[in-house]
Design a protein around this ligand. Structure first.
Ligand SMILES: [Zn+2]
Length: 74
C-alpha cells in the first residue's frame, strides 16, 4: 500500500479499512482514496511545473549572462 501524506499539512495519513478513508494523524482531516489520488497527481504536476519554471528562469539567467559577457553564437 502506498504511503500518503496530508495535502494540507504534510502529516502522515492512517488508513481506516472499515470506512475506507484516510485520516491525517497530524490535523485530523479525512480523505477518500480517489480524492487522494487526484490530489497526489495534481501535487506532482505542480512540482514538475515549478521545476520547469526554475529551469527556464535559470536558462534566462545564463542567457542574460552570456549576452552580457560574450556575443551570441546560436
Ligand atoms: Zn493534515
Amino acid at each position: 500500500m502506498p504511503a500518503y501524506y496530508c495535502p494540507e499539512c504534510g502529516g502522515e495519513l492512517r488508513y481506516e479499512p472499515t470506512t475506507k478513508i484516510y485520516v491525517c494523524k497530524a490535523c485530523g482531516r479525512v480523505y477518500e482514496i480517489e480524492e487522494l489520488k487526484t490530489t497526489k497527481e495534481r501535487f506532482l504536476k505542480s512540482v514538475m511545473e515549478s521545476d520547469e519554471e526554475k529551469r527556464k528562469k535559470r536558462r534566462r539567467e545564463i542567457v542574460k549572462w552570456w549576452l552580457g559577457e560574450k556575443s551570441v553564437e546560436e
